[in-house]
Each structure stands twice: as C-alpha cells, then as structure tokens.
Design a protein around this ligand. Structure first.
Ligand code: BG6
Length: 608
C-alpha cells in the first residue's frame, strides 16, 4: 500500500512545505520511495527517489519546492522494485500531466505494451505510471481532462485511487476506485489524501469520497462527479474532531510504545464509540445467523480467534475465524443469505478483506464489520459496522486496535449470551463492569509490572533467529499475536502455536536453553502442565505470561515469569497480549530496529 497527498492553493506559493508536512503523516503506508511534484512557472517540477521519507526530503530539499499546487506519493513497492525510476509521481510523455496512485492496476502490463506500441514513453515498471498515460491518451483525443479521466478509468482494472494534474490550470483531479481517499476543504485551498490525519494540518472540513467518484480540486472549491455518468454529487463536509496530537509521538521514542500505553484510554473510548441501537442490531444478527464467519488479516485475524472462543464460551455461538485471503476459496461457494460475515479491520482498507466482502455480497450475505478508521471503504460497504474509537494507529504493528477488538468481542459475546439466556443478569453485570471499569487500570498495572522483565529478556532472545509462542484455549489467539509482533518488528521467526500441538513435531527443535514462550489463561495451569513439562525436561527456557500460580513457578524462573494482575478467565487474555507486545518492542529496540516502520511491510495493504 502507498499514500498520496495532493493540494491546490491560492494562499501559498511555497507548497513544498505543506506537501512535506502532510505527506510525512503517510509514512506508515510505505517507505520504499518518496516523490513530490509541483507546478511552478508553467512547468512541472518533479523530485523523487528511493529511501525513507526524511532522507529523501532532506536530500532533495522537498520542502523548498515552489508552486501553489502539487502531488506527493510514498510507496510500498509491489509492481516494480524500489528505485528512483519506479518512484512516483510519474509524468506523461510531454511532461504536461503528472499523476500518482495508491493501490494496484492489475492490467498494467498489457496496457504498458499497448501504449508503448502506440508511441507512449512509458519510463518505469511501476503500475502507477499507467494512470498518467491512460489520461494522456484520451486527453490527446478530446482535450477534455474530465472526460479523459472518466474514459481512462474504464480501461484500468484493480483497486486504486490516483491524483492527476495538468501544468496549465490550478486544478487537481482525483479518483477513488477501491482504495482509500479523503478530501478536505480549507480556506483558499483544497486537498485529497489516502488518509485523514494527513489532511488535518490543512483543514478539519472533511468530505468523504466513495468508490466510483472523481474529485475536482480548485483553490476555492471542491466538486464531486460520478465517474459512470459524469453527474455532479452534492455532499456536505463534516468537521473532524480527531485529535492531531495522536499523529505525534507525545514524548515517546516510538509510536509503538506510545500506542501500547494508549491501550488504557483506548479500551475506555471503545465504550463511548459503540452505541445502541447498532450494538443490539449487531448482536441480534449474529444470534439469528446460520453461520458466522470472522474475516480478517494479521493482528485483526488473531483478535477474531480470541473472539471465537468468547462466542463459544459465553454465547454458544460458533464463530469461524478465517484469514481474509483464504475466505473465498475455503467458504466462497457454500455461502447462503442466512450466513453472516463479520469483517474486522483496523484500517478498513485491507484488500484481502475487501475481496471477501465483494464475493459475499454476490451471495447476498450480510456484512457486519468492526473498523477503526471511520470513512474507510469497509464502512461504506458494510450493512452495519461498529467503530473501535481507538484514534489513529500510526505504528505498523497493531497494538491498541488489537486489544480494543478483543475487548469488543468479549463485550458482544456477553451481550449475546445474555440475549440467549445463557448468562444471567448478575454475571452480565459483573462482566460489563470488568470490561468497562476494571480493565483500563488493569492494563495500566500490567504495563508497569511487566515492562522491566520484558526489557530484560531482550539480550537473551536476540541470540535466537527462531522460537515458539504457545497458547491454549482463550490464549491461542494471544500467542499467535505475540508471535506476529516479534516477527513484524524483530525479524525473528517466532511461531505461534496451540500448545497441545507442539509435541506433534516441533518439539524436536527444543534443546538446552531454547526459548519457549507460554501465554497461560487463568485456571489453565493444570491443563497445560504437560506442555510445560515436555519442553522443560528437554532443557527449554520457559518464559510465561499469566496470573501468578504456584504450579507455574515450578517450571518458570522469576525473571521469566511476566505476571499479569489477577482478573478473570475472560479479561486475562486481554491483559496477556501486553507483555508480549512489550517483549517485541524492547527486543526490536535492543536490535536497533525502528519498530514503527519495520522493513518490507506496511500498516495497511490495499493489494491482494
Ligand atoms: C498488515 C499490518 O499490513 O495488515 C498488520 O502490517 C495488520 O499490522 C494487518 O494487522 C491487517 O490490517 P487491518 O487494517 O485490516 O486490521
């Protein structure tokens, strides 16, 4: 996934400064190449290169670029290696048009061949370059840029959003076709961007953009056209109350550590973000469903695994967690309109999840979703969604949104259990009190009581290029999530696994001093004691998270036991992800890895 930001203004002629300030907030979306183009003195000025944002901005003095309109792009490479040539924005053959995109043009290779045969100079192997040439091709025929863009989009296959500008007018044109795009109206300037935080330095007046729409930006106004028939769409802006400080580190060395600490407030704001009647509608739909599928990727998928245990235990509902990219081939042809697909996505833009949504809608399946980014594509596509209210999550490894997702599942399962008369009112009231009142301070206590041990483990764990994180029952998803954090930010192959499965093969890897991390649910110690014994007797060094327990202390040394405060069977799995997040964070910083922008990955992937 990439990030694009474009702005046209009649207030400034040093647009480079604004482009850099805003585009910088898109860093989590891609940091393989960076590029900025502005129009100044009737010419397009383009500076782009391979490298991280700050490096390229410094080296090419992007802040000093002049002009009153421009486009910036940050790239996470898919088609075309990270290089200066493949960096965006791209120019057309005569250098009078310039464009940049986010997403994927699936038919770019055949179009590239066709346009090259037609005499176009297609300079790079990046699919985004096709956007400027397809517009150029129709513009050369009609001289009408709006028509050229509308016709051009008919030729492009895939999910994307792009911005394009001509050197001879003060407008910028942008389209949304499956990838995220937001628009903003400021005082004497208008802009578009792949996400909302990057627009806030310019304005809080936000206009949602839907798939199949074109935005025409001029300094004074913003127009919306439907791509299919060119019809004008009236849509009022709304004032975003998002706190821009969320997009700053607030004194923490990294967004990841800041967002780990923000889990205390995020689990509070969750309960003001979700409202009736949507909660009841969501729960009723799950109860009435023939089959419930949880569809998600990465950390969100791991949250759905913990969620499925909650629904089984608290509401006797079988919720089937499925990886987004796997859903259509595993369940796609057996779907019926009595099934429900619950999509869980922090960004609301993950392509694999979108594919499952589009396929399910063809089978008249109801789409419910749990999303953090309001106004994202998934919120537009869902029949009903519940917002997490976690605020922007900048660091690539998800932390606070994962914890809010798990907390929400525990809450919804409790509601469902109550509606199905499985849980009595007393049990429900105490569960809700635990989640709404006790959980935030318990998270705070968990961070302060496990940080030192988590940090102290880094030198030892840094000696290993692989190890295991095991969970059982309600901590199965927690172990998978812990392992993912270590993979994401420490470049160590930590494999998450169900502890009973470990003896069926992987146990062979264990030798003297080999690290095995256990996440142990309350009341589970007796149940998994075999799993502890079978690795301990082969010399493994057991690291554990869990509530204090004498039996566990026979297998886990004090310095390796990251004890979480006592709570209950359902709250404890929420707490137990935190010491694993801290272990990953401190191991990454110990290895001098920037946990916010780990190599090769990106916060949200809008490509299949
Ligand atoms: C990956 C991120 O690209 O997408 C993960 O690196 C994330 O951190 C996963 O969990 C799923 O993202 P989302 O936005 O759909 O929850």
């Amino acid at each position: 996934m990439c990030g694009i930001f474009a702005i046209t203004s009649n207030r400034r002629n040093d647009i480079g400064e604004t482009l850099v300030e805003c585009a910088e907030k898109l860093t989590y979306r891609g940091y393989d190449t960076v590029g900025v183009a502005t129009v100044f003195k009737d010419q397009i000025h383009l500076r782009k290169d391979k490298g991280k944002f700050d490096e390229v901005a410094e080296k090419h003095r992007l802040r000093e670029m002049r002009g009153s309109k421009g486009i910036a792009q940050l790239r996470w490479a898919t088609f075309g290696a990270p290089s200066k040539l493949n960096a965006q924005p791209h120019l057309d053959c005569d250098e009078i048009l310039c464009a940049a995109h986010n997403g994927n043009i699936l038919n770019f290779l055949p179009l590239r061949e066709q346009y090259t045969e037609e005499g176009h100079t297609v300079r790079s192997m990046n699919d985004g370059e096709i956007c400027v040439h397809v517009v150029e091709r129709y513009f050369n025929q009609s001289g009408d840029l709006v028509e050229a863009i509308r016709k051009g989009c008919r030729d492009l296959k895939g999910d994307y959003a792009f911005a394009v500008m001509h050197k001879d007018d003060d407008k910028i044109y942008a389209v949304k076709m499956g990838s995220s795009l937001f628009a903003g109206i400021g005082d004497g300037e208008t802009c578009v961007s792949s996400d909302l935080p990057s627009i806030l330095p310019v304005t809080r007046e936000i206009v949602n953009v839907h798939d199949g729409e074109m935005i025409i930006l001029s300094p004074q106004k913003l127009e919306i056209l439907r791509l299919s028939d060119g019809a004008t769409i009236e849509r009022n802006p709304y004032t975003s109350d998002a706190d821009i400080r969320v997009a700053q580190k607030g004194g923490y060395p990294h967004f990841m550590l800041k967002e780990i600490h923000e889990q205390v407030s995020a689990t509070r704001t969750l309960f003001s973000a979700i409202r009736e009647p949507y909660i009841s509608q969501f729960v009723d739909t799950l109860i009435e469903a023939e089959r419930v599928f949880f569809v998600a990727c990465g950390s969100s998928y791991h949250a759905t695994i913990v969620g499925s245990y909650y629904f089984n235990d608290l509401a006797n509902i079988a919720a089937i967690p499925v990886i987004g990219g796997q859903f259509n081939s595993q369940y796609g042809e057996s779907l019926s309109e009595n099934d429900v697909v619950v999509c869980v996505s922090q960004s609301g833009e993950t392509k694999d999840v979108m594919d499952a949504v589009h396929h399910s809608q063809k089978h008249n399946v109801k789409i419910l979703s749990v999303v953090n980014v309001l106004g994202s594509t998934l919120t537009h596509l869902s029949d009903l969604y519940l917002p997490l209210g976690s605020g922007f999550e900048i660091s690539v490894p998800a932390t606070k949104t994962y914890t809010s997702q798990v907390t929400l599942f525990s809450f919804l399962a409790t509601q469902a259990g109550h509606k199905k008369s499985i849980l009595d009112k007393k049990t429900v009231d105490s569960m809700l009190k635990d989640l709404k009142t006790r959980l935030p301070p318990l998270i705070d206590e968990t961070i302060s009581t496990t940080t030192l041990k988590a940090r102290a483990l880094a030198p030892y764990l840094s000696n290993f290029s692989h190890f295991y994180v095991l969970g059982h029952g309600l901590t199965h998803g927690v172990a998978l999530e812990g392992a993912l954090k270590i993979k994401e930010v420490c470049y160590i192959v930590a494999d998450g696994m169900y502890s009973s499965e470990f003896k069926h093969g992987p146990l062979s890897i264990v030798d003297e001093g080999y690290p095995i991390v256990f996440s142990i649910a309350p009341n589970d110690a007796e149940h998994i004691v075999n799993h502890l014994a079978e690795v301990e007797c082969r010399g493994a060094r057991i690291i554990a998270t869990g509530e204090d327990h004498q039996l566990l202390r026979r297998y886990v040394n004090e310095e390796d036991f990251l004890v979480v405060p006592n709570s209950n069977k359902y709250v404890s799995p929420i707490l137990q992800a935190i010491p694993l997040q801290l272990m990953a964070y401190h191991l990454a910083t110990y290895k001098n890895i920037d946990p916010d922008y780990p190599r090769n990955i990106s916060k949200t992937l809008t490509v299949r």
